[in-house]
Design a protein around this ligand. Structure first.
Ligand SMILES: *[C@@H]1O[C@H](CO)[C@@H](O)[C@H](O)[C@H]1NC(C)=O
Ligand SMILES: *[C@@H]1O[C@H](CO)[C@@H](O)[C@H](O)[C@H]1NC(C)=O
Ligand SMILES: *[C@@H]1O[C@H](CO)[C@@H](O)[C@H](O)[C@H]1NC(C)=O
Ligand SMILES: *[C@@H]1O[C@H](CO)[C@@H](O)[C@H](O)[C@H]1NC(C)=O
Ligand SMILES: *[C@@H]1O[C@H](CO)[C@@H](O)[C@H](O)[C@H]1NC(C)=O
Ligand SMILES: *[C@@H]1O[C@H](CO)[C@@H](O)[C@H](O)[C@H]1NC(C)=O
Length: 278
């Protein structure tokens, strides 16, 4: 998606703030739920057109397939007789946690919100706590995309040895990049672990790449996401996330994911973490 085509709806944020450079920002809040959207505002379709019908079909496929896909990744194409009516779409429930969580409900919510907030957009993308969904009139299932971009931060500054903290985040994120990159293409490319910072303080981080990304592009994408942490995202903050359509990273001072089975040499959690969203 060209980011200049898009505008943003930001739902329900409390200790969070967001960085972006656009002038068209729409904020909204949905009780009890949190999501970030970008919908194309100048690439739109006519209501009741064939493209519109195809988007509706896509949404129904999303809903019906969300309960049956255990990997949490689903991509499909609703083909139009005319290529200009073809809609490409995907959802992925494996980007927020090592094990897809609340996939069906999350996808149902995402389809509802997309349908209401991106009502006539030819392209739309939504990141929720547990699932990520998008559709477009352009084929995107082999491209690496870093736009639109979301960065979220916890406004609290880290109290303690800030220099040490920053370098621990950097090292942790680069380890996670290697782990996510080394996961098999097509598998759940999610890495998560915790490391000690100082005394009894730990930091937890995750990195993910969309399953179809090549190893090389996963690594590139994550490098770019990590590079925004000390620059535009969240230097010295106690939590932050950078999400692109193709990959993303997150860190917090508390455990926020389930342990990843095969990896992780640092600390990892042994119980399910509480459902926290910064
Ligand atoms: C849509 O966005 C593009 C840039 O991505 C811009 O060049 C074009 O003028 C916009 N069209 C309208 C109708 O706003
Ligand atoms: C799932 O998606 C496919 C197309 O990819 C569609 O044909 C099918 O009806 C959907 N629902 C179920 C339950 O499989
Ligand atoms: C396909 O759609 C485009 C854009 O709406 C239109 O210009 C073109 O004539 C259509 N082609 C056919 C074969 O209907
Ligand atoms: C779905 O939306 C409802 C109502 O906004 C919310 O309470 C619920 O937590 C959401 N579920 C998920 C999995 O995001
Ligand atoms: C990496 O991403 C670029 C940009 O989307 C794409 O052109 C290229 O084919 C990808 N490389 C691989 C090996 O998938
Ligand atoms: C959504 O699109 C706008 C407009 O180009 C862009 O500036 C903004 O960064 C995007 N939002 C997010 C969350 O990336």
């Amino acid at each position: 998606m060209r980011s200049s085509d898009l505008f943003l709806l930001f739902l329900a944020v409390f200790p969070l703030s967001m960085h972006y450079s656009c002038s068209l920002i729409h904020s909204a809040k949905i009780e009890g739920a949190q999501a970030l959207y970008n919908c194309s505002s100048n690439n739109t379709f006519t209501p009741n057109s064939i493209y519109h019908d195809n988007v509706k079909t896509l949404m129904s496929w999303f809903s019906s397939n969300a309960s049956t896909r255990t990997t949490g990744f689903y991509s499909t194409t609703v083909a139009g007789k005319n290529i200009s009516d073809t809609v490409y779409g995907l959802f992925w429930c494996g980007y927020g946690d090592a094990v897809p969580r609340n996939c069906h409900e999350c996808v149902i919510n995402a389809t509802k919100w997309m349908t209401s907030f991106c009502a006539i957009s030819k392209e739309a993308i939504i990141w929720q706590e547990w699932c990520f969904m998008r559709y477009s009139n352009h084929y995107f299932l082999s491209t690496m995309e870093e736009s639109p971009q979301i960065s979220l931060l916890n406004n609290q500054d880290y109290i303690g040895q800030v220099g040490l903290f920053n370098s621990k985040i950097w090292d942790l994120m680069n380890d996670l990049r290697t782990e996510a990159t080394n996961a098999l293409v097509g598998s759940s490319r999610y890495a998560y672990k915790g490391v000690n910072i100082e005394q009894d303080k730990e930091i937890y981080g995750s990195a993910w790449c969309i399953p179809y990304l090549s190893t090389e592009n996963c690594s590139w994408c994550l490098s770019d996401a990590i590079a925004t942490i000390p620059t535009s995202c969240c230097r010295g903050k106690t939590g932050g996330r950078v999400f692109f359509p193709s990959c993303g990273v997150r860190f917090e001072l508390y455990p926020f994911s389930q342990p990843v089975a095969s990896t992780s040499s640092g600390l990892s959690t042994t119980t399910n973490p509480p459902l926290q969203f910064l």
